[in-house]
Ligand binder design. Sequence first.
Ligand SMILES: Cc1cc2nc3c(=O)[nH]c(=O)nc-3n(C[C@H](O)[C@H](O)[C@H](O)COP(=O)(O)OP(=O)(O)OC[C@H]3O[C@@H](n4cnc5c(N)ncnc54)[C@H](O)[C@@H]3O)c2cc1C
Ligand code: FES
Length: 290
Amino acid sequence: MAISDISHRKRYLAEGNVYLPHIAVIEKIVDETPGIRTFHFNFKDEKLRKEFTFESGQFGEYSVFGTGEAPFCISSSPTRRDHLEFAVQRAGRVTNALHRLGVGAEIGFRGPFGNSFPLDFLQGKNLVFVAGGIGLAPLRSLIWNVIDKRDKYRSIDIIYGARSPDDLCFKYDLEAWEKDTTVKMTTTVDREAEGWTGNVGFVPSITEKVAPSPKDAVAIVCGPPVMIRFTFPVLEKLGFKAEQMITTLEKRMKCGIGKCGRCNIGEIYVCRDGPVFSFAQIQAFNSDEY
Ligand SMILES: Cc1cc2nc3c(=O)[nH]c(=O)nc-3n(C[C@H](O)[C@H](O)[C@H](O)COP(=O)(O)OP(=O)(O)OC[C@H]3O[C@@H](n4cnc5c(N)ncnc54)[C@H](O)[C@@H]3O)c2cc1C
Ligand code: FES
């Protein structure tokens, strides 16, 4: 089965007008790094709270009323239904406004939108997760999803890097994965830092050092474009084919549902047809994405 067969499956969409946000309440805020916060939230409407489903890799359009709306992936796993999470790196207008909110604040949510990581395709495979910085947000949803159904997958390799120890996100997850004997976890930082005794080096070169085998494997890579651009060639050198490498594209978006034409690459709408694509698909778009 090819990844493209799976990504066009019909998906759950919350009832109602897709342009009208559902009201959600922030229940908890976690400071991940100096510029990144995770928000735990739940819908105000009880029916929606019970019925809402999503898949790892999907995103929502989140709004701060009076400021604007921006897309963020759902960073929690659909296997853990008590609440939803998204992580926000401060960048501009909406992200700064989100960082100013406190517990109890109301936000808007439209979605879930987009395709998702192809779980059917990943089943029975050796999985290699490669992430940098906030790029771990979409991957942690998938990693917990896979760990919660551990017997469906083979080995799990996680390679994660950030600029400095302070910039490592989701430290509580990293600790849990370190302790999990069924997971091989490698963490790295770009430069030597006081008190840091772990790996030092950029994610692509650490990936080359870890040298995951391409046999029956799929690599899922998320992070800053520069990291992805240098990681794909490393994986190719290790023997991974373009169909065995998956990533998410983060185009600027507005509607989230394939209507406004803000996020297209040729005939592809990243919000509707993506954001998850294999490297083979990206190459076929004939674009300069990576
Ligand atoms: C599908 C998808 C999922 C995403 N998931 C996350 C996530 O989980 N966590 C997270 O922190 N961010 C995520 N992003 C990026 C996030 O949407 C942008 O950072 C956000 O829209 C910026 O909004 P703003 O109003 O604060 O910034 P603006 O004031 O609009 O812009 C501030 C700066 O950020 C740049 N910028 C804005 N949007 C993007 C973008 N999409 N790509 C590159 N640069 C951009 C602008 O060019 C500008 O330099 C995701 C984007 C997409 C498309
Ligand atoms: S964001 Fe409107 S078409 Fe994709």
